[in-house]
Design a protein around this ligand. Sequence first.
Ligand SMILES: NC(=O)c1ccc[n+]([C@@H]2O[C@H](COP(=O)([O-])OP(=O)(O)OC[C@H]3O[C@@H](n4cnc5c(N)ncnc54)[C@H](OP(=O)(O)O)[C@@H]3O)[C@@H](O)[C@H]2O)c1
Length: 376
Amino acid sequence: MPASISISAPPTWYVKCSGAKASTADSFIPSSLLNSLKTLKFPRFWPWQRVKMGPLTVSPMGFGTWAWGNQLLWGYQESMDSQLQDTFNLALENGINFFDTADSYGTGKLNGQSERLLGKFIREFQGRKAFQDDVVIATKFAAYPWRLTPGQFVNACKSSLHRMQIEQIGIGQLHWSTANYAPLQERALWDGLVAMHEKGLVRAVGVSNYGPKQLLKIHDYLKARGVPLCSAQVQFSLLSMGRDQMEIKKLCDSLGIRLISYSPLGLGMLTGKYSPSNLPQGPRGLLFRQILPGLEPLLSSLKEIAEKRRKTMSQVAINWCICKGTIPIPGVKSVKQAEENLGALGWQLSADELSQLEYGALESPSKMIQNIFQTS
Ligand SMILES: NC(=O)c1ccc[n+]([C@@H]2O[C@H](COP(=O)([O-])OP(=O)(O)OC[C@H]3O[C@@H](n4cnc5c(N)ncnc54)[C@H](OP(=O)(O)O)[C@@H]3O)[C@@H](O)[C@H]2O)c1
């Protein structure tokens, strides 16, 4: 919920200056004004804190929707849809206008479910029309081995538009580069992006899982074709802040590309709710079993700062990504998680706190495994 102030008594300056007899607030303030003051809500962030991303303007944090349709890793059930819709509505009402998805999200017959749900939630949003119109969807197109021509990528883009029932996608992103294993396919991906941009199917284009070398190449290629590259998303968090991430960030800054941090909560490991004796179900449990025991220094720093700041560990972990100049897109599965993650906005960790967290991360023997599709 938005931060609200509650007013129960008149401020002492009012009593002193007015010479009025101290009583309850109601004696001084007309009840209509008092009621409006009681419901006065501060925004999570101010309009000038929104971020320019190519031709788009987005909230300083977006939400990720990988879990929306994924049974295998995230335990999705269709019965969760109304909760997910409430989560989406809460996000919009609190100024979040940026949502990340992909055409490959959704397992088995639920393939494309994340895009379908996002489209449905946008259409059915009952709040202010301005919020609805302001939504920026960033979707990703998978470099499946059968997508070999630019035309096939354009068709993939049309299928995403159809699933979401929208006319234009905010950011069309390449989900991964094929440079490591099918270099010839890579040019089809790039030309596909150019074609969807020229046809007006996407407002802007971006990439995902591109390392610095490959990022520079595609940036230069697109620039020569008159298409600016607006964003690059990589795994970026206190669990994934190695030399590569810092190099990509530096390059993005020099080229005017926004860095989007995916998995900012380390798939949930940085929330503090999991431990070696309390692991999530499924494949995540296997991964966490290996990594969590080696995260003690990082998790204690997160906990210590969270307690001092009266924040949660998730809020601190997400705020770290924002302080590093990136746009985090934490995955959310419930209203409770979205509400908590919204609390990552509107404040900033100090330089000392950032150093303490990074020291904790460096001292931790475990690191996150990197995406197999990440290139150099
Ligand atoms: N480009 C790519 O290749 C790529 C790869 C991965 C992700 N992404 C994008 O990045 C987004 C975020 O990454 P992610 O989903 O992998 O991981 P994440 O954001 O690090 O973790 C998200 C998970 O943590 C748990 N969580 C979130 N907020 C919480 C809170 N406040 N308290 C407790 N638990 C909380 C939820 O799972 P549980 O409740 O089940 O623990 C949630 O699904 C994805 O949704 C996707 O859009 C992109």
